[in-house]
Ligand binder design. Structure first.
Ligand code: GLN
Length: 281
């Protein structure tokens, strides 16, 4: 005979299993249980005595087990908050990180105009392009990605969020923007050195390597973008790049060598120099 468990008991079981792997097991346990039961966290808290069947328990424990092995929570529940948006995500796209919001913040500060044209290179889930599009409905934003899988996720996000001013284009970095010059170009490209052991560990191990690894020093894609930027920026246009915590000086050098000016790096909330901006002309 299978004994049914209550919601509260399931939650405690999940917390116990997650505790060795996570600093804050309660939050993940609640989010996974709410997902498995197709309900909201608030309901778990207000009705801990609700009985749950063996299938619900199995579904929940499978998710808990995958989380213990390091799979990103966002892949397990299928969405992630970024800026003011709730984005659908899956294993075909990088999970948007809070530090990437810094690019959006700087873009809004540098370009207060109500209209203009921008591009987000390697958009993945569409996070940067969609956040900017939501804040600047009068701007036209091109979002490129080499991965068809990523473009499908970004397209779904644009549709679900009713954001109409993002144009999704297939291709490598600037390739789909031949002949076009923009006022603003943003990118969170791959920037992790290929041999970095972090790529083999959770959470990166579960994420697309084409969104993460970038040659021996991690700068291969940043160099390509910087090299082509002068062909795609209007005079006075800005390029904003996310990069690794130790790459600011190298990125600044590339920008200066290619003739960009007003080069300035910014720290994320963890205190790491996480992005660099520069102006063309
Ligand atoms: N910020 C991610 C990380 O280090 C990497 C993202 C990227 O390579 N663009 O976990």
């Amino acid at each position: 005979m299978t004994t049914n468990l209550t919601t509260g008991e399931l939650l405690r079981e999940g917390i116990r299993l997650l505790a060795p792997a996570l600093a804050q097991p309660q939050l993940d346990a609640e989010l996974l249980l709410a997902h498995a039961l197709e309900t909201h966290r608030a309901r778990l808290r207000s009705h801990p005595e609700e009985g749950r069947g063996p299938h619900e328990r199995t579904r929940y424990l499978e998710l808990v087990e995958r989380r213990v092995r390091g799979e990103p929570l966002a892949y397990l529940v299928g969405h992630k908050a970024f800026w003011s948006l709730e984005l659908a995500v899956g294993p075909g796209v990088l999970v948007p990180r809070p530090e990437t919001e810094l690019l959006v913040e700087r873009a809004l500060a540098l370009r207060p105009e109500a209209t203009g044209e921008a591009a987000d290179l390697g958009t993945g889930s569409g996070a940067i392009a969609l956040a900017l599009a939501r804040e600047r409905p009068g701007w036209k934003i091109a979002a490129t990605d080499l991965s068809e899988q990523a473009l499908a996720v970004a397209r779904r996000n644009a549709r679900d969020l009713c954001i109409g001013n993002v144009e999704l284009l297939a291709g490598d970095w600037f390739a789909p923007l031949a002949g076009r010059r923009l006022q603003l170009v943003l990118s969170n490209p791959p920037y992790i050195p290929g041999g970095d052991p972090a790529l083999e560990a959770p959470p990166l191990r579960f994420e697309p390597s084409m969104a993460l690894a970038a040659g021996p020093d991690g700068l291969a894609h940043i160099r390509k973008i910087v090299r082509d930027a002068p062909n795609h920026l209007q005079r006075g246009g800005w390029l904003l790049l996310e990069h690794g915590a130790t790459q600011a000086a190298d990125v600044a050098r590339e920008l200066v060598v290619r003739g960009l000016s007003h080069v300035r790096s910014h720290r994320d909330l963890a205190g790491h120099e996480r992005m660099t901006e520069a102006r063309w002309g």
